[in-house]
Structure formats: structure tokens, C-alpha cells
Design a binder for this molecule. Structure first.
Ligand code: UDX
Length: 434
């Protein structure tokens, strides 16, 4: 089938590569010519394991192409996916101007029946706005429909999530749209849930907000564990053994970040209150998450007394492992707080340092970037761990201890066994553990 993808961000690039991989003929469109040029060479502007290989393979097979020409893009696909960004506005609601822009582009260049599918995470009833925009800006009478097919992929695991999803949700308004989307996903053997469009839009928002709620819930319990000397890791383990609860997304720590959870929790709260409903639960989820930074800072100050002129290392800048993404990463908040209190920082992350250098350039006062994790801890008075990369879990801690000026670890992700590291002579501050 011929497919067009509008918007080449995380979701757009992965969807383009994934649909080409399962045999479709895909064109990706974006207004950013640098991005398009790089993608034409099979180089992804985002770090995602396996993505470059998939791009190169399908570019070579001519299953995949990229363009900055809206005409070429819109003429190509019978199915057109809108994968543009939906960032937060000041008040937390979703900014849908890019989605509107995509709809206008389709209206301007449409040349025959198109199924316009929203894949970006959008508030319920966005499809109706897309349809209205299309009708307003259409120059001639052309048949089109709008559908919703939310994407559930996780960064770092995006390709697997695309090719082997737990479920595929399609929200449609006609049998024709249902048939087209079922045919599109035929090569993927996952259950398909067919709904109306509003329901599909809510499924996506609700899924993300629920996962974020699970994280904030365990973080709330983490604070209770900390106050009473209990161990949140064991609480989570035992809770997770109950199949109704499940063990996933019960890892306590520094809290959730990234381009989805913080934005979607706020946006869904906004949608609910717009309808006059009590969505305070989501406000609490957000507030608990924000307060995680205070908990970590309290641990750091308990260890170092004052932060002024203290030399502190940070391991882990990305919002989670296996990605270079630092959007809404806890590291951004922690760095700011430590600098505000007069601390000096040495940062290390296996892939996210280039992105952090765009926020704090190399010559930024009081910040140094280390070549490796051991160089980062040399002569430091504390090590703060903010991302659970495998290399940190496997680090030679006796070497770390030797290199540090004072052997203090503040662990925002609970990656070590407290007894073991303390036995080695570290002062160790995990989250929610005795
Ligand atoms: C998320 C959803 O999982 C995905 O379905 C959706 O399409 C996009 O948003 P992503 O943001 O890539 O994906 O990352 P995810 O693995 O869900 O983690 C989000 C954040 O939660 C990270 O900061 C992670 O560190 C944190 N997290 C996750 C926890 O703090 N504890 C957990 O138990 C799990």
C-alpha cells in the first residue's frame, strides 16, 4: 500500500521505517530539510537502536523515501499519517497547531481519496477538528476520511514495539477505513482493537496517564518506606506478583520524564477539567513526580551538608536508558538545583552528552563533561545516578571508590544492592530503601 507520513519526529520516523519493513511503499515528509537530507542517507536524527539499519535497508529496496515537497508527499499515499508534535502549552493543554498545519497541507494538495490517520497523541475530538479544517481549506470536492491509530512505542525499544505491539488500536468512522487499516497491519500478528474515533483517542491518553500514575503511586509509597525504614523495592516486587497489578512501571526513583508522560498527564488533566470533571488524580500524579527532585536533593544534602563548591559527578543524563533524549529528563532539574546551590558538576552519559551540551555548552562555568564514567568520579565528593544504564550497573565499584575523594553515592534509580555497596565502604543513599 502507498503510505505518507507527515512529521518526522520519533513516531514519524519509526512508523515510516516500520511500515516499509512490512512491505509498504512509504514516503516521509517534513519541512525540515536538514532532517530529510539526513534521512535520505539512512541516518536518523534521533538515537534509536536498530533504526539506521532499518532505514538503510528499506531505502535501498526503494520501499522508503523522504521529501520536503508537500505535493509529492500528499499525492503519494492513500493513507496519510499525521505524526507531528503535540507539545504542552503554558496551561498544560496540548498545542495542536502542528496537527492543524498538517491537515491544511493535506487539504491544499489532495488529489483523490485519502484516509488521514492521526498517530500523534492528541486530545479526544482532535479528529473532528482535522475533518473541519480539511473541509474549510479544501479547494475542490474530494473524498477523504479521518481515523485514529495511536502509537504506543517506547523510546529505546521503538522498532520492537512497532513490529510486535501488544495491540493495535484503530478508531474509525466507516467500514472502508477499517478495511484499509486492517490491510495495512495485516503482516503484524497482534490483536487489533477497533473502536470509534473518540474512544481510540482516549485509549492513548489514558494508557500513558495510567502508566505515569503507576509510577507516581510507587514513588508515593517510596516516601512512606523511607519515613518508616521499609524497602520500596520489596513492596513493588510483592505488589507486582499480583497479576491484577503487574510488575511493570513500579520502579520507584527519581520519577518519569521524556516527551510523553509529563505532557500527556497535563493534557489529559486539562481535557477532563474542560468537561467539568474531577481529574485531580492526574494533578497529584504530576505533583508527586515533580517532588521526586526534592527527595533526591534532600539525600544529597544529608550526605554533603552544603553543596557550595562541592565537586559532584552525575552519571546518566537521558530520561531513561537506551536513548539520547533529554526532554523533560530529571537530570535537567537536578543539574539546575545543584548549580543554584553553588555545586560544581562533572557529567557523564554514554549517548546523551551531545544533547546536554546544547543546553550547557562545554565552556559553561561549573560544568565539565567527562570522557568516561570513571573519569567523571575522579576526586569527587559525591556521585549522583540519574539513569539506569547497564554500564553503570556493571561498573567496577572498587575502582570508583578509589577514584572518589569521598565515597558517597546518591542513587536516583536504585541500581545497586545497598548492603553490598555499603560493605565496600560507600555511603549509599537509594530512594525508598533503608
Ligand atoms: C512512553 C510509553 O511507555 C509509550 O507507550 C508511549 O508511546 C510514549 O511514552 P517512553 O516515554 O519512551 O514511552 O518511555 P517509558 O519507558 O514509558 O518511560 C517513561 C519514563 O518513566 C522514564 O523517565 C522512565 O525512567 C520512567 N519510569 C518508567 C519510572 O520511573 N519507573 C518505571 O517503573 C518505569
Amino acid at each position: 500500500m502507498k503510505v505518507t507520513i507527515i512529521g518526522l519526529g520519533y513516531v514519524g520516523i519509526t512508523t515510516a521505517a516500520g511500515l516499509a519493513e512490512i512491505g509498504h511503499n512509504v514516503i516521509g515528509y517534513d519541512i525540515d530539510s536538514n532532517k530529510v537530507e539526513s534521512l535520505k542517507k539512512g541516518i536518523s536524527p534521533i538515537y534509536e537502536p536498530g533504526l539506521d539499519e532499518l532505514l538503510k535497508k528499506n531505502l535501498k529496496k526503494k520501499k522508503l523515501g523522504f521529501t520536503t515537497s508537500p505535493e509529492e508527499a500528499i499525492h503519494h499515499g492513500e493513507i496519510i499519517f499525521i505524526c507531528t508534535g503535540t507539545p504542552s502549552r503554558e496551561d498544560g493543554s496540548a498545542d495542536l497547531t502542528q496537527v492543524e498545519g498538517a491537515a491544511k497541507t493535506v487539504a491544499r494538495h489532495i488529489n483523490g481519496y485519502k484516509l488521514i490517520v492521526e498517530k500523534s497523541t492528541v486530545p479526544v475530538k482532535t479528529a473532528q477538528w482535522i475533518e473541519r479544517t480539511m473541509k474549510l481549506y479544501l479547494k475542490k470536492k474530494v473524498d477523504f476520511e479521518v481515523a485514529s491509530n495511536p502509537e504506543f512505542l517506547k523510546e529505546g525499544d521503538a522498532i520492537r514495539d512497532f513490529l510486535k505491539p501488544d495491540r493495535i488500536v484503530i478508531g474509525v468512522g466507516s467500514k472502508r477505513a477499517e478495511r484499509l487499516l486492517k490491510e495495512l497491519y495485516k503482516p503484524i500478528r497482534s490483536p487489533i482493537v477497533v473502536t470509534d474515533i473518540n474512544t481510540a483517542e482516549i485509549i492513548k491518553h489514558a494508557s500513558n496517564a495510567f502508566l505515569a500514575t503507576k509510577i507516581s503511586f510507587i514513588n508515593m509509597i517510596s516516601d512512606l518506606c523511607e519515613a518508616t525504614g521499609a524497602d520500596v523495592e520489596l513492596v513493588a516486587k510483592a505488589m507486582g506478583m499480583d497479576k491484577r497489578i503487574g510488575k511493570e512501571f513500579l520502579r520507584a526513583g527519581i520519577g518519569y520524564g521524556g516527551s510523553c508522560f509529563p505532557k500527556d498527564v497535563k493534557a489529559l488533566y486539562h481535557v477532563g477539567t474542560q468537561y467539568g470533571l474531577n481529574f485531580e488524580l492526574l494533578k497529584n500524579v504530576h505533583e508527586i513526580n515533580e517532588a521526586r527532585i526534592d527527595v533526591l536533593m534532600k539525600h544529597l544534602k544529608n550526605a554533603l551538608w552544603n553543596l557550595k563548591d562541592k565537586n559532584i559527578a552525575i552519571w546518566g543524563l537521558s530520561f531513561k536508558p537506551n536513548t539520547d533524549d533529554i526532554r523533560e529528563a530529571p537530570s535537567l532539574k537536578v543539574i539546575k538545583r545543584i548549580l543554584n546551590e553553588g555545586g560544581k558538576l562533572t557529567l557523564f552519559d554514554p549517548v546523551a552528552m551531545e544533547n546536554m551540551k546544547k543546553v550547557y555548552p562545554e565552556k559553561y562555568p561549573e560544568i565539565t563533561y567527562a570522557k568516561d564514567m570513571y573519569e567523571a568520579v575522579k576526586d569527587k565528593e559525591a556521585l549522583v545516578i540519574l539513569t539506569e544504564w547497564d554500564i553503570f550497573k556493571e561498573a567496577c565499584l572498587s575502582k570508583v571508590k578509589e577514584l572518589m575523594l569521598t565515597p558517597i553515592i546518591v542513587d536516583g534509580r536504585n541500581i545497586y544492592k545497598p548492603k553490598k555497596v555499603r560493605k565496600m565502604g560507600f555511603e549509599y543513599y537509594p530512594m525508598g530503601r533503608p
